[in-house]
Write a new protein. Sequence first.
Length: 150
Amino acid sequence: MTDEIVRLVALHADRRGALLPLLHDVQAALGYVPDEAVPAIAHGLNLSRAEVHGVVTFYHDFRRVPPARHVVKLCRAEACQARGAAAIENEAVRRLGVAMGQARPDGEVALEPVYCLGLCATGPNAMVDGRPVSRLDSARLEAIAAGWAL
Ligand code: FES
């Protein structure tokens, strides 16, 4: 991990406005932005640790812990709500064994809210490991969980 952080900091160090692109690169490389990377990033970009920490914690897209093996993002926006998103969310919480906005302690799956995936006519919608799933219902949810041996 340290070598990769050093390499990425060096790649961005002389660029203006480097912090966000660097943080995105770190997350792309490691799957998250470890707290241990903050001092090296701050030093490399001549920023304070507090500045770097503030940006990492301000933007919800940055993870500070390793991602779960599988990520289910359920749409909570209006059109999906009108098509039964709340019921399928309750079922996902029960079937996957994880609360909304959390990852299971075993790291197998995380359940996250999203607010519109641009597929409103075919809700309720989800992104499952980056792949859109429309008309999510009990059978599809069960097939997804079974496919992961959950
Ligand atoms: S409201 Fe769910 S995809 Fe748009």
